[in-house]
Design a protein around this ligand. Structure first.
Ligand SMILES: [Fe+2]
Ligand SMILES: [Fe+2]
Length: 717
């Protein structure tokens, strides 16, 4: 669902005030969303300037391109079309040339084989790299084990992904044991590449729950089969499995590869499509460094233990240099398990390649890794790593070892029945709990949400509950903060008329975008503190987790105001917003602030009779102006336009401070003020000059007290 549609739904019906006629006009929801978009989307490799969009269609397409822009509903730019995209063979393209630290909106345009018109996906969005000092959120899951029915209830997994989407994260990290391509068949010799590919394709609709708007980072797990060891006969595996698993992943999931934004494995591997494996990598975002590790490719045997567990010399050197070079305030490291195999977190962090010691505590690192400076953990402690996140153990755990916090991330959709006695290990009393005697431990399942702000890092374990489960969905089962508690996230505040940051006026309608703005735990309220220091409540008309529509309070002083959204009593977003006497913006039929207006025409005949006529016609391909017939010379045709930010103009009676030009002709304004039936909605009644007859499409330009609103378009026959 697009971000702007909710305000329009609020305005589905309105009454024309000035003429005493009751009219109901049904407005379209967002622009041109096709029900037939048989595709799913994975965003990846977000940078300061670009995003990679990978689309998998279920039917062949003749032509596909992407439309994008900075404002919802205003997708003014597009990528070059690509031709002949086949079903289940990804369309992948890069949107580049973007600005850092900004949200962008996009949708997929596609023309199916044999069709003449383009369909459109729903409009989605993403954020480019955050600037230092910005607050943002990312989410994590591990060990989805989808398609292993005794480990994963698909409905519960899907709900966990939806819960993560509701956090409005900048990106999502999957900590592995995702595809589990080693479980496709019992007889590995009979395995074929298509089965490996199909397994990964089958995950796409699940990821699509959030990855259309949340870039995905994949981390390899031990069941994801990317072991060189599997090419050896003694492994008992199909020797093609490692490359098949890698190549299917590379095709379907755009993980980072080394460039000017990401660092990572630069090795060109024979047999790997494109050469780069994209399995360990690092990047910076806001005040944080993110580092992903892969302990499997070079592990010399299945379930490598003790000193046999190998990240490899190259990965070690890259990890060391990446941590030491980074000046980031926070550093996060991600891996499926610190030893690749075995169980536990801080309980085993002192051991072997990771911690340098034998099980008995003897430090034998110099003998076992003579060319390495220090163990992985010690590098993390030296360079101030904030949190190390891992999966693998199917539970939530938090521990602390020698300066570094360790978090084990739970399964997202454990099942099928989380109250059953044979519930997959993770319940208290089950196997993996025993591996965490030094940690705080909680059972499955859900996702982990991390909120990074200049003041600190807040980590929440958010549990998932289907309606049939005991408990409430999205309960925060565990939370901890490193540094100060996270400050409220920044809000983006725009006029509800044209979705632009034009400032606001008293009693005008605005929309705030953020995250965690509403939910079941309490009310959403808006507090506005004006430049004189007076605090008033804004009138909330609509609230969702990511968007609040409200009317600014009456009586505010001009100048910068501080707007704060509170949910369940807690501040969840704040920003400053310029308050003016007027802030005119017109509502348009497609909700974008551009194109044909949300308007009706009223015809007044010589005998005094009046009729209402449409000004715009909307179909699922968009809204176009309806040609207006000015009729007999004795008819008078009025446009009734809807706007916000108008009513406080000073000269309401004389009208001297409001001007409307249609097609360049000055038009008589009979009314410009409050509409009267809806909070914050203003109305203009404008007489259409007969000199416009025959002009076709003409712009309606409207200004109040010297401030112009974005022009809209009508058609005069
Ligand atoms: Fe697992
Ligand atoms: Fe695992």
């Amino acid at each position: 669902m697009t971000r702007r549609s909710t305000l329009l739904l609020m305005l589905v019906a309105f009454v024309v005030g000035g003429f005493g006629y009751g009219i109901v006009q049904r407005k379209t929801a967002s622009a041109q969303t096709s029900e037939s978009f048989g595709g799913n989307i994975v965003l990846g490799r977000p940078t300061d300037r670009s995003i990679t969009v990978n689309v998998l269609f279920t039917a062949n397409q003749d032509s596909v391109y992407l439309e994008y822009g900075e404002n919802p509903g205003l997708l003014t730019q597009q990528t070059a079309p690509k031709q002949n995209i086949r079903a289940n063979e990804p369309f992948e393209d890069i949107i580049s040339g973007l600005q850092p630290n900004r949200r962008y909106f996009y949708r997929v345009r596609y023309r199916a084989a044999g069709q003449t018109t383009f369909g459109a996906s729903a409009e989605h969005s993403f954020h480019t790299q955050r600037a230092a000092g910005s607050a943002f959120t990312f989410t994590l899951i591990a060990d989805s084990h989808l398609f292993t029915t005794q480990h994963c209830d698909p409905a519960r997994y899907a709900l966990a992904l939806k819960n993560a989407l509701d956090d409005n994260p900048d990106f999502h990290i999957d900590l592995g044991d995702t595809f589990r391509t080693d479980t496709i068949t019992n007889n590995s010799a009979s395995l074929i590449y298509q089965q490996v590919l199909n397994r990964q394709i089958a995950h796409r609709p699940y990821f699509n729950i959030l990855t259309h708007s949340v870039p995905l980072f994949l981390v390899n797990g031990n069941h994801d089969s990317e072991y060189l060891y599997y090419t050896k006969p003694e492994s008992g595996e199909n020797p093609n499995l490692p490359l098949w698993s890698t190549n299917a992943r590379l095709l379907l999931f755009p993980n980072p590869r080394p460039d000017s934004f990401y660092s990572g494995d630069q090795t060109m591997y024979p047999g790997v499509e494109g050469g780069l494996r994209e399995s360990y990598y690092a990047w910076e975002w806001g005040d944080a460094l993110f580092v992903v590790l892969d302990p499997y490719w070079e592990m010399p045997e299945r379930g490598g233990q003790n000193w046999g567990t190998v990240h490899g010399d190259k990965q070690f050197a890259w990890f060391r240099d990446t941590l030491r070079k980074s000046k980031a305030k926070y550093k996060f490291v991600f891996e499926h398990h610190l030893h690749g195999q075995s169980r536990g977190g801080v309980e085993v962090a002192s051991q072997f390649e990771w911690g340098g010691r034998e099980r008995n505590g003897n430090f034998t690192f110099p003998q076992n890794r003579p060319t390495w400076d220090k163990p992985f953990h010690d590098l993390m402690a030296e360079t101030g790593v904030t949190i190390y996140f891992q999966g693998h153990d199917h539970l939530f755990a938090r521990g602390f070892y020698n300066g570094v916090t360790y978090v084990s991330v739970p399964q997202p959709g454990a099942g099928p029945d989380p109250t059953a006695a044979d519930y997959f290990p993770g319940n208290v009393g089950d196997g993996n709990f025993d591996a965490y005697p030094a940690s705080h431990v909680l059972p499955n399942s859900g996702h982990v949400r991390v909120t990074v702000s200049p003041n600190g890092v807040k980590t929440d374990y958010v549990t998932v509950k289907l309606p049939r489960d005991k408990g409430t969905n999205k309960t925060v089962a565990y939370t901890f903060t490193v540094g100060q508690p996270a400050a409220p996230n920044s809000l983006a505040l725009v006029s509800a008329g044209n979705f632009a940051n034009i400032g606001g006026a008293a009693e005008s309608l605005v929309s705030a975008f953020g995250n965690g703005l509403a939910g079941a735990a309490g009310a959403t309220i808006v507090n506005v503190k004006d430049s004189a220091g007076v605090e008033r409540a804004g009138r909330v008309l609509f609230a969702s987790a990511t968007q609040v529509n409200f009317m600014l309070p009456a009586g505010m002083a001009s100048g910068p105001a501080t707007v704060t959204v509170l949910y369940a009593g807690n501040p969840v977003g704040t920003t400053t917003y310029q308050i003016e006497t007027v802030a005119p913006a017109m509502f348009t039929a497609n909700g974008s602030g551009l194109g044909a207006p949300a308007a009706v025409a009223v015809r007044v005949r010589a005998d005094g009779s009046q009729t209402i006529e449409p000004v715009v016609r909307c179909t699922n391909t968009g809204c176009v102006p309806v040609p207006l017939d000015l009729g007999a010379a004795t008819d008078q045709l009025y446009l009734v336009l809807f706007a916000t930010g108008v009513r406080n103009r000073a000269q309401l009676l004389t009208g001297a401070d409001v001007g409307v030009r249609i097609g360049g002709e000055l038009a008589e304004v009979q009314y410009a003020g409050a509409q009267g039936d809806f909070f914050g909605l203003d109305q203009l009644n404008v007489k259409v000059p007969r000199t416009l007859i025959g002009r076709g499409d003409v712009a309606v330009i409207f200004s109040v007290a010297g401030r112009s609103a974005t022009p809209v378009m009508v058609n005069i026959r």
